[in-house]
Ligand binder design. Structure first.
Ligand SMILES: Cc1cc2nc3c(=O)[nH]c(=O)nc-3n(C[C@H](O)[C@H](O)[C@H](O)COP(=O)(O)OP(=O)(O)OC[C@H]3O[C@@H](n4cnc5c(N)ncnc54)[C@H](O)[C@@H]3O)c2cc1C
Length: 395
């Protein structure tokens, strides 16, 4: 089996690498390397820089503002972005609601909403999970009740990433309480985060960072035309989005960058002299590299062949999420006690931290804690195992 890229793909890679040289502002690159939750200013600025080159939604079809590149070229482009320490663009617009809109949206929705996703002018958040409906989304209770030419929305969402940055939420709502979700009970609506009935309350996570929120919706009134696509098709749209999200979450390009950083940490911590700790780190890095290679080629096979097998998307989500956790576990283990010191987001700019941490130490422990979430979000890994058992083995 030949795992090398063809010459024209490598030429494309060099072209992209050259074009990206110096494009990421250095302080933004440092924040990305240290994996601070991206700031709204960074997200907007980086989106704009990419947009100016026609690259803000490289994976989209050309007719909607994408590049028309092949899936492999998009993958190479994303690898080069990660290698340049470019921030990971918010994916609720470009990855989730954008493709939904151009696939299922009405013509006027495509016309009115897509341009601001391309420029990053409108940032979106995803209102799926509720306090007692995370894995079991079909039990979500947030309601949208028709009142003349409007819908009135009431309910609560939780774990809403970047709700505090977002201009709009795409929101899963119950429009017909008399039928189950799968039989047309749900719809998708969009709502403005500036509505007086929307209240966002921060959730500070284990890493002491703020990226997720609770969102309370009280009598939020939207025009009936702000239903996305057709009423009653919310469940179909949810399945479409979740499948996209699981493959996206494979995050291979970012993991490849993390592997390079892991090797740099190992070289700096252990030098060239043999030791048991150095051998152990080498063994773990080699295992991670093999697993990452396997993941990369499995993801490529899926995106190139356009496979729609949900069991495979679930399998890739499991492997990718666990890999991210194993990588930060190793990084923290390698730097010993310094890796256990917690550095909050405000500490990244300081140079008087205890224990002489080294450039790579700030943020590592926080990242290790935050990444516990990778096996929970985008559908927990237990749920993915259930999907594989049912879809693949008929259990
Ligand atoms: C950092 C982070 C960001 C997030 N961002 C968003 C976002 O932007 N928008 C959004 O809508 N949601 C978001 N989520 C929510 C996420 O999708 C849910 O947390 C996830 O789906 C799990 O739901 P839950 O938290 O309600 O847990 P529960 O569903 O209550 O599950 C609790 C535990 O039980 C297990 N479990 C549940 N059902 C089964 C079953 N049938 N079989 C086996 N085990 C089961 C689960 O695996 C889990 O371990 C985010 C979550 C996190 C942690």
């Amino acid at each position: 089996m030949d795992l090398t890229f063809a010459k024209e793909d490598e030429d494309f890679r060099l072209e992209i690498r050259e074009a990206l040289r110096g494009l990421v502002p250095p302080d933004m690159a440092r924040r990305t390397r240290q994996r601070v939750h991206p700031t709204k200013a960074d997200l907007k600025l980086w989106n704009r820089i990419l947009y100016d080159r026609g690259w803000s939604v490289a994976h989209w079809p050309k007719e909607y503002g994408g590049t028309g590149w092949s899936p492999l070229q998009v993958h190479i482009f994303e690898e080069e972005l990660a290698a340049a320490d470019a921030p990971f663009l918010t994916y609720f617009g470009p990855r989730l609601v954008g493709p939904l809109l151009y696939t299922f949206g009405r013509e006027e929705q495509k016309r009115d909403l897509i341009p601001d996703i391309l420029t990053g002018e409108t940032l979106w958040c995803q209102g799926f999970s509720e306090p007692s409906s995370g894995s079991d989304l079909a039990s979500a209770r947030t309601s949208a009740v028709r009142d003349g030419a409007s819908y009135v929305i009431n309910g609560q969402k939780i774990w809403t990433t970047e709700a505090h940055y977002a201009d709009r939420m795409f929101c899963l709502v119950r429009t017909d309480p008399s039928v189950p979700a799968q039989k047309g009970g749900f719809s998708f609506v969009m709502l403005p985060m500036t509505d007086p009935g929307v209240r966002v309350r921060p959730i500070v996570t284990l890493d002491e960072g703020h990226s997720v929120n609770e969102v309370f919706l009280e009598n939020v009134r939207i025009p009936a035309s702000d239903i996305i696509g057709e009423e009653g098709r919310g469940w179909d749209y949810t399945k479409f989005m979740l499948a996209n999200e699981r493959i996206t979450n494979a995050h291979v390009p970012r993991a490849k960058r993390d592997l390079v950083l892991l090797k740099e940490i190992a070289a700096s911590e252990y030098g060239a002299s043999p030791s048991a700790a150095r051998d152990e780190a080498r063994r773990r890095i080699a295992q991670l590299e093999m697993d990452l290679d396997g993941l990369e080629w499995s993801v490529l096979r899926e995106i190139i062949n356009g496979s729609k097998n949900p069991a495979i998307a679930s399998g890739l989500k499991i492997v990718a999420s666990e890999l991210q956790q194993r990588m930060t576990d190793l990084a923290v283990d390698m730097i010993g006690a310094r890796g256990r010191i917690f550095y909050g987001e405000d500490d990244f700019e300081r140079n008087d931290l205890p224990g002489n941490p080294g450039e790579y130490a700030p943020g590592l422990a926080a990242r290790q804690l935050f990444l516990r979430a990778t096996t929970i979000y985008a559908g927990s890994n237990e749920i993915q195992r259930g999907i594989i058992a049912k879809q693949q083995f008929g259990l």
